[in-house]
Ligand binder design. Structure first.
Ligand code: TXA
Ligand code: MG
Length: 332
């Protein structure tokens, strides 16, 4: 299959392809998504096939505005409505009771569906022009880091999807926060840029989902699959001194380093000779470049990537979660 590259001005082509049942990658503020009609089984099957996605991992549905929620869910509870009014469009996915017209393949047989309104000009134009719910998982081969720029998406999916709408790189760079408000106990299923604290500000009952692995697997099947992994081995470290220590047995040219310069301990550190170096001044920058860093490390065939740990506060919580998954400690 030839994958068409569409420029921003060719958005109407993307609309036509999706309406005809095809699948098109498009940018959002979190990561690129791979979109198809949520009401059309063939489109959803094509998404799963292109990604090589396990068939028990449900997809998020995207709409262009709050008024479109009634096309996907049986009921928008008062809490769900308040969440959308406060955080949409934005990096928040809300799991709610699903409407029958969303096809079973989207939700893998669950009777709930996760819905998101992305905060991205092109994505919103696309969704509004189509006017129907669009299922869109992250646009990457299953198990690989999500694609945050169109070149990364093509690296994984060229020849496997109908088209890609090429926009800028995703500003946040981490997948949305996923919350489940379908029961009386609102829970965070996946961390993201909307923090637990911010959610508790809307409803103090919000908590992280901390059930047993088995229950979690039923509540959010995606979290049990390996995720967000580069081919290089991911090593986490705290301090500059610790990095120097663990590098003694390796060739610097085989290693990448991702540092957070939020604290100033790096003054005087010699960054020469590494295979790849990325220095981030804020957690926002860290989140924005994390997946691109992993992918670049793989392109350069590095054997190890050293990532500095972040404090688990604000966006740091979501970054810490992705780092743990990348080194294979969660999500298997
Ligand atoms: O930021 C994002 O959310 C991106 C962009 C494209 O919107 N999408 C994304 O989709 O990250 P995906 O498929 O890579 O991750 C969806 C996550 C999975 O962990 C899945 O298990 C969970 O959301 N999920 C989807 N529907 C669910 C449901 N009905 N109940 C529980 N978890 C659900
Ligand atoms: Mg994904």
């Amino acid at each position: 299959m030839l994958t068409r590259r569409l420029a921003e001005a060719e958005i109407s082509e993307a609309v036509t392809i999706i309406r005809a049942g095809g699948v098109v990658a498009f940018p959002t503020e979190t990561v690129y998504g791979l979109g198809g009609l949520a009401t059309r089984s063939e489109a959803i099957r094509a998404i799963f096939a292109a990604k090589g996605r396990p068939s028990d991992n449900p997809l998020i549905v995207h709409v262009g505005g709050i008024e479109q929620l009634s096309q996907c869910v049986r009921e928008v509870t008062p809490l769900a409505r308040r969440l959308f009014e406060r955080f949409a469009p934005g990096p928040l996915t809300v799991v709610m009771p699903k409407l029958g017209r969303i096809c079973e393949e989207v939700t893998c047989g669950l009777d709930t569906v996760g819905v998101r309104i992305p905060n991205h000009r092109l994505a919103l134009s696309l969704l509004r022009a189509i006017g129907e719910p669009i299922a869109a998982p992250s646009a990457n081969r299953s198990g690989r880091p999500s694609g945050t720029d169109w070149r990364s998406v093509l690296e994984d999916l060229d020849g496997r999807i109908d088209a890609i709408l090429c926009g800028e790189s995703s500003s946040i760079g981490l997948e949305s926060t996923v919350v489940d408000v379908s029961s009386g106990e609102p829970r965070v299923l996946r961390r993201g840029a909307i923090t637990l604290e911010a959610l508790q500000g809307m409803d103090p009952r919000f908590a992280m989902w901390e059930g047993k692995a088995m229950e979690m697997a039923m509540r959010s099947p995606g979290v049990r699959h390996p995720h967000y992994r580069p081919q290089a081995e991911v090593v986490l470290f705290e301090q500059a001194g610790e990095l120097s220590e663990s590098l003694r047995t390796l060739r610097r040219g085989d290693c990448g380093v991702l540092v957070s310069e939020v604290n100033r301990e790096w003054e005087g550190f010699d960054f020469r000779g590494f295979g790849l170096v990325e220095r981030c001044g804020t957690y926002e920058e860290y989140g924005h470049c994390l997946y691109g860093f992993f992918r670049e490390a793989d392109r350069r065939k590095l054997t190890h990537v050293y990532c500095q740990r972040v404090a688990k506060e604000g966006l740091g919580e979501a970054i810490a979660d992705r780092l743990e998954r990348a080194r294979g400690k969660i999500g298997e």
